[in-house]
Design a protein around this ligand. Structure first.
Ligand SMILES: Nc1nc2c(ncn2[C@@H]2O[C@H](COP(=O)(O)OP(=O)(O)OP(=O)(O)O)[C@@H](O)[C@H]2O)c(=O)[nH]1
Ligand SMILES: [Mg+2]
Length: 685
């Protein structure tokens, strides 16, 4: 037993705690309150004024929302704590997923808002899957207009384990003026920007406390027979025993304790910090959870790669074993080694050089070129096995980007590398056919911020537009066409002459070339050139798109002993196609994808409407496996309609719906839509 707290919870080393939760629930404000309360900052800033540590980046300030994880280290009662303020928007959820493996606990910042329950469920699911002990901090209690117990009932379906109310509010008319801590059995009144004041509990509040405390103990007793017996026999369990149970059941992730507060007024913050101090596990338990052995060899997980404008690349990492100092050589699991150039303390965007870091600390490590978000680093001779395995969610939206100024073209490649190192849920694809560089990401804001970051952080201003769709064209009718190229220019002339039989092929066949020349009317050695000319002409059909699903047979032709050449036959082949295809009833082909949407089931009907509005064909519904209250909708729909589908899906699902898609087949497209696509293509050329 530790002397300063139950369950030996003192001296557990530096902690690392993630602040997570639905969009705009108050995480950044809570971090601000924690930093102010622990003296790391002089004054509590606000998100609205753009003065917080968590949202200090230019992008976060301009959108008034968190768009990446930010880190701040502070000291509370002699212990070091690093808090990670995670963005709430599902579009930026990868930043949360990347840091979770290495944290000791998460504080899930919530509010009493029905609409945010699906988001809460999504976040809790990540914590549950990664086995992270978690508290709920029920924030914005200053705005509460319903009983806290009702709020818990509302939120409970989002959690697989019981939400354990361990504080109840004290109402003063319509507002909450304080709270009772059910474990401590003490009552407090809130004071603005100051620790709450202890008050005497009496009358009705005393009765409510007894009842609520009993409910809390009953839940704890579900996993503690001795406590159950005490409750049945009406024996008051000792306070230390209750704290031990709270800590144990939190660490075993079988309950999720709920604390109350208001981050803007710094209410409930001190109790939250004390709960973290006494009840959350420390680094040794976290290392054990991850299978990291303690010892002299350093093992660290990179929570985020960050490219500072002046200080170069930083790897923000939590040290799970050993020590790291200036000059320590660290190796990634893939075996790439690098030397640490500087260890830095974190305070949002601010990095401060410091001495070596010890186990449990979360610091920035300078200049590890080959390390990136999610990597496991070690100082041992053998690379350590990778700890984190969370693969990013598949992307759902794309934009094509171009450097605003040509001179910046060369800077784009390195900027993309940095961008995707920092955020693995972004991918960059070069489309050779359309000559476009396409960034794929998790939503509109995610991509907008990526483009802003290219400009602000990596100094390459870009223009963006929707990426082009992979249209093709094909033919419906066969034709036999001569292609003749004859040119007399001074001395040496050019002569090539071919007859091509052009035929449609079934969907998905691609292109076939046949040589059916007899009697050497076109000499062998020119035939590959004919094929080249044909293939070249097929890149751009009469409608403006690559031509597929057809065959060309070379059936006849003639040559000239002096004037014929590869070049001349190439041209003849091309002419045959250019003149032949328009007579073959060309038709547009559009890519059709199979799309699988997941959404809370109250939105399923809306998904139907969205899909039919986008030329989708619904293939089936199902309940989503392992997700109570969610559905899966399968459909086939044109690529062009998937383009911005996510925007509609998100707005119909309070931000939580998503989908995956894969190419299925090409389908003929005629009529007005086809005419518009062809006209747009012509206009663009
Ligand atoms: N009334 C009230 N408002 C709060 C409280 N905490 C935060 N807010 C407000 O809620 C809004 C969102 O706060 P943030 O701290 O940015 O929330 P967040 O969870 O960090 O948001 P994202 O990171 O974008 O998901 C701001 O306008 C805050 O002022 C609170 O305790 N009471
Ligand atoms: Mg925030």
């Amino acid at each position: 037993m530790g002397q300063n707290g139950p369950n030996g919870t003192r001296n557990q080393g530096p902690r690392c705690v993630a602040l997570v939760g639905p969009f705009q629930s108050g995480k950044t404000t809570l971090l601000e309150a924690i930093l102010a309360r622990t003296g790391a900052i002089q004054r509590q800033g606000t998100v609205d004024a753009g003065t917080t540590v968590g949202d200090a980046s230019k992008e976060a300030r301009s959108h008034k929302m968190s768009v990446e994880a930010s880190f701040a280290t502070t000291t509370f009662m002699g212990d070091s704590y690093t808090f990670i303020d995670c963005p709430g928007s599902i579009e930026f959820i990868q930043d949360m997923r990347s840091v979770l493996p290495a944290v000791d606990a998460a504080v899930v910042v919530c509010e009493a808002d029905e609409k945010k329950v699906p988001q809460l469920q999504l976040i809790l699911r990540e914590l549950e899957d990664q086995n992270i002990p978690r508290f709920v901090f029920l924030n914005k209690i200053d705005k509460a207009d319903r009983r806290v117990r009702e709020t818990i009932k509302l939120l409970q379906p989002a959690s697989r384990v019981p939400l354990l109310l361990r504080q109840i509010p004290i109402w003063n008319g319509d507002i909450i003026s304080g709270f009772v801590d059910l474990a401590l059995e003490r009552a407090y009144v809130y004071r603005e920007y100051a620790p709450s004041e202890i008050i005497e509990l009496n009358g009705e509040n005393l009765d409510r406390k007894k009842e609520a405390r009993f409910t809390m103990l009953e839940t704890l007793a579900d996993h503690d027979d001795q406590l159950m017996e005490q409750l049945l026999e009406d024996i008051e369990p000792p306070r230390d025993k209750v704290f031990d149970d709270l800590a144990k059941e939190l660490r075993d992730r079988i309950v999720c304790p709920v604390l109350l507060g208001a981050a803007t007024r710094s209410n409930g913050v001190l109790r939250l910090l004390k709960a973290l101090r006494h009840e959350s596990p420390g680094v040794s338990e976290t290392a054990q959870r991850l299978g990291v052995k303690s010892g002299n060899e350093a093992v660290a997980l990179v929570l985020k790669t960050f490219h500072t404008t002046h200080g170069g690349k930083m790897s923000i990492a939590r040290l799970l074993a050993g020590l790291v100092g200036d000059g320590t050589t660290l190796t990634t699991s893939a075996g790439d080694a690098g030397r640490v150039a500087g260890v830095f303390k974190l305070m949002g965007q601010h990095f401060e050089k410091r001495g070596q870091a010890t186990v449990g600390e979360t610091v920035a490590l300078g200049k590890l070129d080959s390390a990136k978000t999610g990597d496991t680093l070690s100082s041992g001779k053998q690379p350590a096995a990778a700890i984190a395995h969370a693969k990013p969610y598949p992307p759902v939206l794309a934009i094509a980007v171009q450097a605003k100024e040509r001179k910046d073209d060369v800077k784009l490649g390195p900027a993309f590398t940095k961008l995707t190192e920092e955020d693995p849920s972004l991918t960059v694809v070069h489309n050779a056919e359309s000559h476009e560089v396409v960034i794929w990401g998790q939503g509109e804001m995610h991509l907008r911020v990526a483009a802003e970051r290219l400009a602000d952080r990596f100094m390459v201003p870009v223009t963006t537009r929707p990426p082009s769709v992979g249209y093709r064209e094909t033919i419906r009718k066969p034709v036999t066409q001569r292609g003749r190229h004859k040119k007399q220019s001074g001395g040496h002339g050019q002569f090539g002459d071919v007859v091509l039989e052009i035929r449609p092929l079934p969907r998905g066949s691609g292109f076939k070339f046949d040589d059916r020349i007899t009697g050497g009317v076109v000499p062998r050695n020119y035939i590959p050139a004919v094929e080249e000319g044909v293939v070249d002409a097929l890149k751009h059909g009469p409608l403006g798109f690559p031509v597929v699903d057809m065959s060309v047979a070379l059936i006849d032709g003639s040559y000239h002993t002096v004037d014929s050449s590869d070049q001349a036959f190439r041209t003849a082949g091309r002419i045959g196609i250019v003149e032949g295809l328009p007579q073959c009833q060309p038709v547009l082909l559009e890519p059709i994808y199979e799309v699988e949407i997941v959404c809370p089931n109250e939105a399923t009907a809306k998904m139907n409407a969205i899909l039919s509005g986008r030329r989708g064909q619904i293939m089936g519904f199902d309940t989503r496996e392992g997700w109570s209250g969610w559905d899966t909708v399968r459909a086939q729909m044109p690529e062009a309609e998937i383009g911005d589908l996510i925007i509609e899906v998100r707005s119909a699902t309070a931000g939580v719906g998503s989908f995956v898609f894969k190419f299925d087949h090409m389908a003929e497209l005629t009529g007005r839509t086809a005419d518009q696509i062809i006209a747009a293509r012509r206009a663009a050329e």
